[in-house]
Design a protein around this ligand. Sequence first.
Ligand SMILES: [Zn+2]
Length: 406
Amino acid sequence: MFDWVLRNARISDDAVRVDIALQNGLIAAIEPAGGDLAEAETAEKRDLNGRVLLPGLVDIHTHLDKTYSTLENKSGTLGEAIQVWHKHREHRTASQIQQAAERALQNAIQNGVTAMRSHIDIGTPNDLLPVEILLDLRQKYATLIDLQFVTLGTAADKPEWAAGMREALDMGVDFVGGCPALCKDPKAEIDAAFVLAEETGKPIDLHVDETEDPNMISLEYLAEKTIKTGMQGRVTAGHCCSLGFVDDEVQRRIIGKVAEAEITIVTLPSCNLVLMGRTISPAPRGTTPVKKLLAAGVNVCAASDNVGDPFNPFGSYDLLQLANLNAHVAHMTGKTELYESLNMVTQRPRISMGLGDGSIKVGNQADLVIVDCTQKLEAILAPPARLATFKQGKLIVETEVQTKWH
Ligand SMILES: [Zn+2]
């Protein structure tokens, strides 16, 4: 007997409807609608009436420890965001951090997000309260969302900060993080991340080159270091904005190295449209060259980054809206490109997070979202309501949409 049969679902671009059976957390069968599965023995069933079923959405770059702190950044610059944040950071209470992170997780799950990676600011070993809180939340939400964490600190500048990151990694944080372009010596910061990765056996996820300065291309050094240390496929680089400000030849050279190093690139269009280009006229978009990276075979993902904090006042952990924004910003408007932007918040980040290929096929984990539209392309053109989210084959949240005309 199956746990669920979802009838009359659309999972691809064509008009064909399918019935899908879920069992023991996995997709157990997919058949054309109206076949044997329609009458199969099942604990629960639901008729989608031709609505679209998507793989669970993935938010591969967030900041759960900063979110919903609602602090004003008057200039909108990255510099003021950092200043405002550090002033506030020391005075936060445990319940403030926990409540905001839970609100974020619940919003994400309601929006169909079934996996997320969050960076966590790390200070000294005595300053790991956010790590403790988020590790507890990972347990509390374990049946609802896969959570991975990254240490966001500066390991090279001060030994006590490296000690704080080491401690956080020992406690269970999954990735070595950092922000090389904002440190005195970006290369030393990248080296320090690789030292921690080697010591702990953990992969790397860095904030890279979040600047409009074409001379700040630490991404190239990161790619070279990745290849030299045999870390191919185990490094993620978020932002990479300055790659969009160098000339074509330099861009080609760096992108070639990034592809060879198998680095996952994460574009963060909402946050970077807010922060970048504040002092440049005409104002640029400020995002990484997504289409050129994809064309070179790089795994490029899109994610929320900051939501409701001094770095970015916008956002709601709605990854379909984010994929829609990415398609605008990266000029991905052809049909194939639109589907690729959808992949950037579903299959691509899932692969990078080591959670399988994320496609809807027999044997894959049943992380699925029913969306309120009847053509797959609509899911990205005009993000519809998420009607129900399944995590490992269990229905975890439903939303009802009702319109009344008078
Ligand atoms: Zn970030």
